[in-house]
Design a protein around this ligand. Structure first.
Ligand SMILES: *Cc1c(COP(=O)(O)O)cnc(C)c1O
Length: 400
């Protein structure tokens, strides 16, 4: 069954763009994308030739200075943006700070967000509110989000695909009431970009951020990206007004003038080696249509849910409708943490999210239906044998 699904999979060839260890089922592409096969040679070229031989000249000759905009343009088709609406910079956390600060106005000082979204989003909003003193952060349950929007609301901040449940918001359906209230929307696409088809401009979205190291395969700690719709680009300003966001950084003028377009969202000098790895990660998407990627994510996660939902002790924490989820499936279990360690010991790599979730991320470019089958069978076996009782699987680790 899985074998015939893999044979019929129009994205099956994409797996060849990666280097994966033999005998492992990698179900954590939602936390760290796999190594692109082209990355080691590309990094070696950038280090040895561009850095080693080109030295300082490579800022111009190898185009280092334009890398953030060029990589942003490569991300744009994956998220329904124009090439000049996306730039690569900093981390998601820092980009959230920049865009939240920029979106506040003298009269609108409230940020509305969903209670229980990814903590960094809320931590950053809290820090910004503490810094400015007159900003209110409202963390609201889903059912009350729309009624919470009012004439004080500057920004509706939402994670498009929830990091735990994998539940996906209808972007257009939430952007419309935000606009009706006079607010901007800021979407965190960390678990969406590269996993499902996103269309920011079709939804009339205003602002967005996202991760480079998850489904975009940019490598551990890869730079993040941000999106500002064209209609806002002249007005919104970066509070981290560093020289790389200046209109003329090498004029060394005493006063700050923001660059036109997305370059103003840069602050300091870009991490060229990390950008080289992200470049290799984005190249794994060449020629692949976002709709095909989403269809594969839906098929993989549906197959997995069909195999695991009935296992005793398991509760599905992810929506059953593929259009209402991303590319990962979260399963609740009373012994989720030691079970996750047992799975890893049995060569199936998901991750654990407190308090009781095992997350299986099936990156559409690398995952096979056979992997889904192995993951489900291994999970069923470990639950049947009560693997969580083994003390070896009760280690405390910094990263789960
Ligand atoms: C992974 C993730 C982040 C990561 O933020 P960084 O500052 O880049 O580490 C932010 N938001 C969400 C929703 C995430 O899933």
């Amino acid at each position: 069954m899985a074998h015939s699904l893999d044979l019929a999979d129009p994205l099956a060839h994409a797996r060849g763009r990666f280097r994966l260890p033999d005998g492992i089922v990698y179900a954590d592409g939602n936390s760290l994308g796999a190594l692109p096969a082209a990355a080691p040679a590309h990094l070696a070229h950038v280090v040895e030739s561009e850095w080693g031989q080109g030295l300082i000249r490579s800022w111009n000759d190898a185009g280092w200075i334009d890398a953030p905009a060029q990589l942003g343009a490569r991300i744009a088709p994956l998220i329904g943006a124009h090439a000049d609406e996306v730039i690569v910079a900093d981390s998601v956390s820092v980009n959230l700070f920049k865009l939240l600060a920029a979106g506040l106005t003298p009269r609108r000082r409230t940020i509305v967000t969903l209670a229980g979204d990814f903590p960094t989003d809320s931590y950053i909003a809290q820090g910004l509110a503490n810094l400015l003193g007159n900003v209110t952060l409202r963390e609201i349950p889903l059912a009350d989000i729309v009624t919470a929007l009012d004439d004080q609301t500057a920004i509706l901040l939402l994670t498009h695909v929830h990091y735990q449940s994998g539940a996906r918001h209808d972007m257009a359906a939430l952007t419309a009431p935000a606009h009706a209230a006079g607010a901007l929307t800021l979407w965190d696409l960390s678990h969406s970009a590269g996993a499902i088809a996103v269309d920011l401009n079709a939804a009339n979205a205003d602002l967005a951020v996202g991760c480079g190291y998850k489904f975009l395969n940019g490598g551990p700690g890869a730079p993040a990206w941000l999106f500002v719709a064209r209609r806002h680009q002249k007005r919104l300003e970066n509070p981290l007004s560093g020289w790389m966001g200046h209109a003329r950084p090498f004029a060394f003028e005493p006063g700050y003038t923001p660059a036109p377009g997305m370059a103003r969202w840069l602050a300091g000098t870009m991490p060229i080696l990390a950008l080289a790895a992200l470049n290799a990660g984005l190249a794994t998407f060449d020629g692949l249509a976002p709709a095909a990627i989403e269809a594969k994510a839906a098929a993989l996660t549906t197959h997995f849910i069909d195999r695991v939902a009935h296992i005793p002790g398991i509760t599905l924490a992810t929506p059953r409708d593929p259009a209402a989820r991303g590319a990962h499936v979260a399963l609740a279990h009373d012994h989720a943490q030691p079970l996750t360690q047992a799975l890893i010991a049995h060569r199936v790599i998901p991750d654990f999210r407190t308090p009781n979730l095992i997350r299986f991320g099936f990156a559409p470019l690398t995952s096979r239906f056979a992997d889904v089958e192995t993951a489900a069978a291994t999970l069923a076996h470990l639950i049947e044998t009560q693997a969580w009782t083994n003390p070896a699987y009760h280690q405390s680790r910094k990263v789960t």
